[in-house]
Write a protein that binds this ligand. Structure first.
Ligand code: NAI
Length: 292
């Protein structure tokens, strides 16, 4: 059942050092969030290649910020020193919080949590899973009370929402720590219970489904987007899809045997959004503004 209440008057644990498991899209983004907030963080991945790519992505973001005058060179160096990488899970020892962002696979996550249980016996263990049952992940450890979900959104350094997921046995102190660390990272924590897709993705799914239905009924992408931007949304669903890349959801649907009539046909035609210059809208090379 959903348990959305945040315990009152429970002190959060101090987190002085963090670890992130997985150096992919989310792992690298989450590790960067810790370093950006001034916290030492170790990023662990089974693949040395993923680790190098993840670190490179993060450093490029920092370098671009320095170029734009948003970050000093000294601050970039400070952040680089805060971020370490390792292929051996044993490197998490000493971290008070571990955020797991490895592949979305229950067997992998349970293996990782069982190993973390021994390597980091006192740490709070969080998973960034989007859809897997966190109670089942927690059950791979001997201390399910110290397991919770910390669900970031992509790109993790930019998106402010973090769903703090309370599993069946999550201790109040652990939940309070999840909320506090999200705030430390400059995020907006929302406490949710274990359920399929939590809140954010469920709401987004409704929007995607209705966009499909309206397009099939003859509405145009810019009309749908204009209606929602008038309601105060910063961007319409079609522009957001083009920005994020339509191919990401397409690959996910294919893996699940699902189909979205319009979005799939766009992808089949190579229209992935801004990255290919065409999606719901067309774009001049390098431009983020749709051509009307
Ligand atoms: P990804 O495929 O980009 O990265 C996964 C990484 O995990 C790879 O670098 C892989 O080498 C590594 N890995 C695999 N097994 C491992 C193990 N045993 N130990 C350490 N590392 C291991 O995946 P992505 O997109 O970053 O997703 C990671 C998690 O975040 C998944 O649970 C996903 O559902 C969740 N998530 C993804 C979002 C997205 O927009 N991509 C948004 C929110 C959550």
């Amino acid at each position: 059942a959903m348990r959305l209440d945040l315990p009152a008057g429970v002190a959060a644990r101090r987190i002085g050092r963090a670890a992130v498991i997985g150096a992919g899209t989310m792992g690298a983004g989450i590790a960067a969030c810790f370093a950006n907030a001034g916290l030492p963080v170790v990023m662990v991945d089974v693949s040395a290649e993923s680790l190098a790519r993840g670190r490179d992505t993060i450093e490029k973001t920092w370098a671009a910020a320095v170029q734009r005058g948003k970050l000093t060179a000294a601050e970039m160096e400070r952040r680089r020193a805060l971020l370490t990488t390792a292929t051996d899970l044993a490197a998490v020892a000493g971290a008070e919080l571990v955020v797991e962002a490895a592949v979305e696979d229950m067997a992998v996550k349970r293996d990782v949590f069982a190993a973390l249980d021994t390597i980091a016996p006192d740490a709070i263990l969080a998973t960034n899973t989007s859809y897997l049952d966190i109670d089942a992940i927690a059950a791979a450890t001997r201390r399910p009370g110290r397991v919770l979900g910390l669900h970031f959104f992509s790109p993790a350094t930019v998106m402010r929402l973090v769903e703090v997921v309370r599993a069946a046995e999550t201790d109040p102190e652990v939940l309070a720590t999840g909320v506090a660390i999200a705030r430390t990272l400059g995020k907006v924590p929302v406490v949710v219970g274990v359920c399929h897709g939590f809140v954010g993705n469920r709401m987004l799914r409704v929007r995607t489904t209705e966009t499909e239905r309206l397009l099939l009924a003859g509405a145009l992408p810019y009309e749908i987007d204009a209606a929602l931007t008038e309601f105060g949304f910063p961007m319409g669903p079609c522009a957001v899809g083009d920005l994020a890349g339509l191919d990401i959801a397409w690959r996910m649907r294919k893996a699940q045997g699902a189909r979205a009539e319009i979005a799939d046909r766009l992808c089949e035609a190579g229209r992935f959004g801004q990255k290919t210059g065409r999606g719901y809208f067309r774009y001049e090379p390098g431009s983020r503004t749709p051509i009307r």
